[in-house]
Design a protein around this ligand. Sequence first.
Ligand code: AVJ
Length: 305
Amino acid sequence: MFLRDVLEGLGKQQKTLPCKYLYDEIGSRLFERICELDDYYLTRTEAAIFSDNMVDMARQIGPGAAIVEPGAGNCEKVQPLLEQLDSPRGYYPIDISPEILLAARARIIAQLPDLEVQASVGDFTRPEVWRELDDLAAGKTVLFFPGSTIGNFDPCQAGELLQFFATRLRSGDAILIGTDLVKDSVVLERAYCDSEHVTAAFNKNILARINGELDADFDLSLFAHRAFYHPLRQRVEMHLVSLKEHCVRIAGRQVRFAEGETIHTENSHKYSVTGFNRLLDEAGFAPIRHWSDLQQRYAIHYAQV
Ligand code: AVJ
């Protein structure tokens, strides 16, 4: 529950807010704008790797595969793959947002009328949502997990999620998964602290959302966006920094902020190809190959159960 998660996170020594709450309607729209920024190289680099290697990827997957996409959202990234694949058996997107998912389903059916499309609404980390998919077991299944979404999880949770994925699959099934790669901290920090301040607006929106939904009085001008690369943890951390000592009221409770104190709002983990292969391996996937861009900014991995 939103209120409980907010009070629990803000009651900790290092105040935190779960990053999933960044993505309400306004937050999701701001994130779409982030994806178009020059500074945010991830989306465009991943798209280029897909388009440069799509034939090869489709060949690697082979004919008759079912594609399952956890957290599919608007299902835009999968379209070129579905078009390239040799007689895919079906497309099975999973997402918590029924509106976005059903609109996307209608669009895909219109564009690929011969493809079976079955959307599941729910949280893809819960086994219930996957039960509907058990029937598609007759043939190869490939999980499609692009966008460096795995980077939102810390490596331990990421390993658990991959393990959970692996146990939904059978021998010969595979995952196609995108990860942002470790690189120069200046490039990384620019991606999360962009010159147009869209990421700052995205980050602060979580406070506006708390104000709107939970009867709180955050003054957004008393917080600043901060994003930095932590080389040991191999992640970009996003924080909101309190610019002066003050109190905020949330649903009748007072939360105190010291000057300079931060709320940790999101992590974005970066991997080396070898590091991610190790994670895949430990989770029960055999890394088969990966595709990257010339500058090695981003990688799409293919691994098999
Ligand atoms: C959606 C988790 C891939 O970590 O790059 C972008 C989220 N946050 N800018 C990322 C995000 C701020 C994004 N992911």
